[in-house]
Design a protein around this ligand. Structure first.
Ligand code: PMP
Length: 453
């Protein structure tokens, strides 16, 4: 009988047919088809089995790792099947879906800061090392230095890929997180297909592409794409294998992942978007036809709340909207675009609770036609429950909502929000006489964050 672990590897390759590839053919190896949904299942199994083989990992032992998420999911899956405990240290910028997935696999997940560098005790790799030292029977997997990581790609990903391509590949586009894919695939190709060029796709802000292109180590910035890009050169990343390197912005990466789903039907995560942008750039620069392969490193399902969430894109300022420098810019979910989270006066409080919880908000506008007629918040819900517990959830919104509303014009300057927030109000933003949407403190905070980036 086939087990879940037997499903690791042997992933399919598809050809991109609708995006502009210049004179080239572009193929994608779907590592998203691995059991935990990413390319990291291969090294996760290999690193666990290497530790078992050399006697460091014993029955009842604990696996500790610093991970952007996917290595952790692979380790939690394989470790769980083999009866080990898994502790994962994850930087706080990672998508919620991965953290929920890891916990559901039985792993203990420790979230740490993503704004500190190597050497800081809260840096995810330093923290994972410290947890290992104080936990009995624990091993630190350390994908950044563990030789079983690149070896997994050298022995499985690369030979599979070359076989599937009939032995004919001109270039392979990869990202570097730990460097396992680059180094493993690159080493194999050097031996088995010397004509194959390794191309690096790297997020803007990462030190790797600038280092390859200029030999200089820049100061690392920040980026939103998950799983690739580094603030140091990992020991497992052999950058001498790289022939050309491209830096790609977050906005381009996210747009490419969305385009890939829309045009080609391929559901991929943010790092795959980065790889795709670099691959297409490389393809279009060629004068002769080339056969180019890249990866879908993980599934888009892990990023529904980010890459495929219009509100997230709007918060980052990545949705094409004209900027007016007024309160209008801060209205993320707009009634006029059908995306406002709202209720009607005749809805009941069960509906209010369901919408608040689903959207993770603590108040809702009450809207009738295009007019705002009230506001309902958590304290109105709680008040109704404390007055008459048995009937509270079936009561109508119109019975509990607040109707004395202070509004602000969408064309008002952003600083006019401050007095409203000082009075503990949310801002009800009007476009003339029509309701546009709500602005809360977090929207103003986010506005400053994006402006300061
Ligand atoms: N994409 C994603 C989404 C990842 O999680 C990773 C691993 N961090 C990579 C790409 C890069 O793989 P590697 O660690 O082999 O460099």
């Amino acid at each position: 009988m086939t087990s879940q672990l037997d499903l690791i590897g042997n992933t399919p390759i598809i050809e991109v047919t609708r995006l502009d590839r210049g004179p080239c053919r572009l193929f994608l190896k779907l590592e998203s088809q691995n059991p935990s949904g990413s390319i990291k299942d291969r090294p996760a199994r290999a690193m666990i089995e290497a530790a078992e083989a050399d006697g460091r990992l014993k029955a009842g032992g604990t696996i500790v790792e610093a991970t952007a998420g996917n290595t952790g999911l692979g380790l939690a899956l394989v470790g769980g099947q083999k009866g080990y405990r898994t502790v994962l240290v994850v930087p706080d910028k990672m998508a919620r879906e991965k953290v929920l997935h890891a916990r559901a696999l039985g792993a203990q997940v420790i979230i740490t800061r993503s704004d500190v560098g190597k050497g800081h005790p809260d840096y995810y790799q330093d923290l994972a090392q410290a947890i290992t030292t104080r936990t009995k029977g624990a091993i630190f997997i350390n994908q950044f230095e563990n030789p079983a990581n690149p070896l997994a790609h050298e022995q499985s990903t690369a030979p599979e890929l070359l076989r599937q391509m009939g032995g004919d590949v001109d270039a392979i586009v990869v990202g570097v997180g730990s460097g396992g894919t680059l180094t493993g695939v690159g080493r194999f190709m050097k031996r088995a297909s010397p004509k194959t060029q390794m191309i690096l796709a790297d997020p803007v802000g990462s030190v790797l592409a600038p280092y390859v292109n200029s030999g200089e180590m820049i100061e690392a910035g920040s980026w939103t794409v998950e799983g690739i890009g580094e603030d140091f050169v990992p020991p497992n990343a052999d950058l001498s294998l790289v022939r050309a390197a491209y830096s790609v912005t977050d906005q381009e990466s996210f747009a490419a992942a969305r385009d890939l789903l829309l045009r080609e039907g391929v559901f991929a995560g943010s790092s795959s978007g980065t790889l795709l942008v670099a691959a297409l750039r490389y393809c279009k620069q060629q004068s002769a036809p080339k056969r180019v392969v890249s990866f879908v490193c993980d599934s888009g399902a892990k990023y529904l709340s980010k890459v495929f969430n219009d509100a997230f894109l709007a918060q980052e300022g990545w949705i094409e909207r004209t900027r007016s420098g007024t309160v209008r810019d801060l209205v993320i979910n707009r009634h006029t675009e059908g995306s406002a989270i709202e209720v009607r006066p005749q809805d009941n409080l069960r509906t209010v609770f369901a919408r608040m919880r689903a959207a993770d908000v603590s108040q809702l506008p009450v809207v009738e036609a295009d007019r705002i007629v009230g506001l309902v918040d958590e304290s109105d819900l709680l008040g109704a429950l404390l007055t008459d517990e048995a009937h509270a959830f079936t009561r109508s919104v119109k019975d509990v909502m607040v109707t004395r509303l202070e509004t602000i014009s969408a064309d008002a300057p952003i600083k006019d929000l401050v007095p409203l927030f000082s009075k503990d109000y949310v801002a009800i933003v009007m476009d003339g006489t029509r309701f546009l949407g709500l602005v809360t403190r977090i929207d103003l905070i986010n506005h400053f964050r994006v402006k300061l980036q």
